[in-house]
Design a protein around this ligand. Structure first.
Ligand code: PMP
Length: 462
């Protein structure tokens, strides 16, 4: 046992000795990122990369040892500059599939008619708000629209502080909630070069595989300890914010309900519980619209983004109406959030999810993949755990099933092998040893079989 490799607070987690090359990659906090010199690049690739570096600067990263140059998409397929197809098992922003014809048409039609802002009367935003709110439990009755998940979390952060008079926030050890200054301070996965505020406490994410005992009550105890620590330091708790599928913490979904005790601890302390649905929302986890519904909890604020606009930049919050009274004492205006084009797009995304039964599809195909991977695990010892909900699946790879030593190097090799076979996935988790599978929602059984065939092939060749 030792301190977390992300060393944000003194959190004790099992520690494994990883090779220094891997540690260096992990220090960049994006294990799957392009670094020059790993593979032979074409002249064209070299040129594009150097143009990108000189124009966009060093903070932007590319995926994979050999970056991909995608120029078009359709359904669950992406096509590169040579028109070679790639199966997209990674992107959840194009929630209803890349370039869904109905979505493109809705966007074109509204863009050709009017695009303004939320300070004129317009039915579009009202119809959208009404439809979106119908996907939530009754206690959630207002929405506000932004452009990015970071901005939505920033607004939730502000509302939590206003309503509680507190400043303390609780997050999980490897959480990511966004890039504004306030929200970066709630995002330990950004690494040690980004300060967590002195008002922030991070707790171990609930991990049934590595810490199987009493997952929910252990989380609640850690949250209580964080609140006690804040109180001891004169910090009033404002909120706990949780990505309800724990996507950066390693994709942690079971046992459903494990959030209940922690939510109670937070709300009993007079703080708010914010469900960050930027990753899990819009039916991705199957059965429900929202990841928090799997846990049967009542969040005070829900934040959302990514799949909300199916690729069009849309995000927002949904919350109990009375939480907006303080904000209303000043005002809120988002120049382009909730504009008529975005509202038309957002409404069409909801309609497509309903009409095409994409939530049921996520559930069915997700379960099919998990069952098939469990069968593959009988032949591939590297598979330590298969988990997730709906079409958000994690496959944790280990060198040894008894010690659960993470197979980090192998995981990075595998996602690059997948890329070479033109199937896109990535990694997650404290040790970057969890394959992250998160395709557009129309991913069907044939697509799943293609993915599973490549998984078998790549693991057999290890
Ligand atoms: N919350 C979570 C859980 C996320 O994964 C992300 C983005 N990866 C965000 C918030 C921030 O969203 P955006 O990039 O749209 O600002």
């Amino acid at each position: 046992m030792g301190e977390s490799s992300y060393g944000t607070n003194t959190i004790v987690v099992p520690q494994y000795q990883l090779p220094s090359a891997i540690i260096n990659m992990m220090k960049a906090y994006l294990p799957n990122h392009f670094q020059p010199g790993q593979v032979q690049l074409t002249e064209k690739e070299k040129k594009m990369i150097s143009r990108r570096d000189s124009l966009l600067g060093p903070a932007y990263k590319l995926f994979y040892q050999q970056p991909i140059h995608i120029i078009r998409g359709k359904g669950v397929w992406l096509y590169d500059a040579d028109d070679k197809p790639y199966l997209d098992a990674y992107n959840n922003v194009p929630s209803v599939g890349h370039c869904h014809p109905r979505l493109v048409k809705a966007l074109e039609m509204q863009a050709g008619k009017l695009n303004t802002h939320t300070r004129y009367l317009h039915d579009g935003i009202l119809d959208y708000a009404n439809h979106l709110l119908s996907t939530f439990p009754k206690h959630i009755n207002n929405i506000m629209l932004t452009l990015s998940g970071s901005e939505a979390n920033d607004l939730a952060y502000r509302i939590a502080k206003q309503n509680t008079g507190g400043t303390g926030f609780i997050v999980t050890n490897l959480a990511y909630h966004g890039g504004t200054d306030a929200i970066a301070s709630l995002s330990p996965s950004l690494g040690n070069n980004v300060n967590l505020g002195t008002n922030v406490r991070s707790v171990p994410a609930p991990d049934l595989y590595r810490c199987p005992d009493n997952v929910g009550s252990t989380l609640a105890e850690n949250v209580q300890a964080a609140i006690d620590d804040m109180n001891r330091h004169g910090i009033k708790p404002a909120a706990m914010i949780v990505d309800t599928i724990f996507s950066s913490d390693g994709i942690l979904a079971e046992p459903a309900g494990f959030l209940q005790d922690a939510v109670k601890v937070v709300q009993d302390a007079g703080a708010l519980f914010i469900a960050d649905e930027v990753q899990a929302g819009f039916g991705r986890t199957g059965k429900h619209w929202w990841g928090f519904q799997r846990h049967d909890i009542k969040p005070d604020i829900v934040t959302m983004g990514k799949g909300m606009g199916g690729g069009h930049p849309m995000a927002g919050i949904a919350l109990r109406a009375e939480l907006l009274n303080q904000l209303a004492k000043s005002r809120y205006f988002n120049t382009t959030g909730g504009n008529p084009v975005s509202s038309a797009v957002g409404k069409t995304v909801l309609e497509i999810i309903e009409n095409e039964k994409l939530i049921e599809n996520a559930d069915r195909v997700g379960n099919y993949i998990k069952t098939a991977v469990r069968m593959l695990a009988e032949r591939h010892n590297i598979i330590g755990d298969v988990r997730g909900a709906g079409l958000y699946i994690g496959i944790e790879l280990v060198k040894n099933r008894k010690t659960k030593e993470p197979a980090t190097e192998e995981t990075l090799r595998i996602i690059n092998e997948f890329r070479q076979k033109r199937v896109l996935i990535s990694t997650s988790g404290t040790y970057a040893n969890v394959l992250k599978i998160r395709p557009p929602l129309p991913f069907n059984k044939d697509d799943a079989d293609l993915f599973l065939g490549v998984l078998d092939e790549v693991l057999s060749a290890l």
